[in-house]
Ligand binder design. Sequence first.
Ligand code: MG
Ligand code: MG
Length: 246
Amino acid sequence: MRRSSEELDKMRKAGKVVAEMHEATRAAIRPGVTTSYLNEVAAAVLDKRGARSNFLNYHGFPSVICTSPNDMIVHGIPGSYRLAEGDIISIDCGAIVEGYHGDAAYTAGVGAISDLAKKLLEVTERSMWAGIDQLRVGNRLHEVGRAVQDVAEAAGFSVVREYVGHAIGTAMHESPQVPNYWPGTPGPTLKEGMVFAIEPMVNAGTYDTYVLEDGWGVMTQDGQLSAHFEHTIAVTDNGPEVFTLL
Ligand code: MG
Ligand code: MG
């Protein structure tokens, strides 16, 4: 779906709130901090900006961010888990402003991290930017997934299949989906005013997953590390415009 310039302005505002949630949580990440504390830090940003949470109560999700450490891929519920030196932690944030949604995630190291973890973070973020660079008028949507997959697999990593990116606007998850791999068809042609959340989930080992008994946390089946980066981006006549950056 194509958004009007008025709608895009509202999505810019929502994106800025999400970017502030990133900045605030990033500054709070250190050994000993609980994931529920990071959730409080993010909730304070929503309060300050008068924004609503699109995560809270989403199919019953109890928090305003997802916190997914180490071999957890996505959708972790913040709680009593304490970050430890050497962990990696994925933080997924969202906000609604004037009815329009923003959605973005990052993965950070806690203190000093392993060389493998550093490489995984660097490659996953780079794969996201390679995907974002495909969001150009006239391109086909699934070039995004092809670009992400090329970067991740060239580094010896794998791309999660069951969870994907999405269009975004007046709902967080709109059609079409945006796989992080080549799905076998080129998909829709990109037009000015379309907005997507591009969000590679990259595993150090295989791409197989399972879900925790809480019904939310998605884990790597082989117990290896996973990273997740995401931005909300509009297709414009001047190329991709990232809304979830300050
Ligand atoms: Mg997200
Ligand atoms: Mg998303």
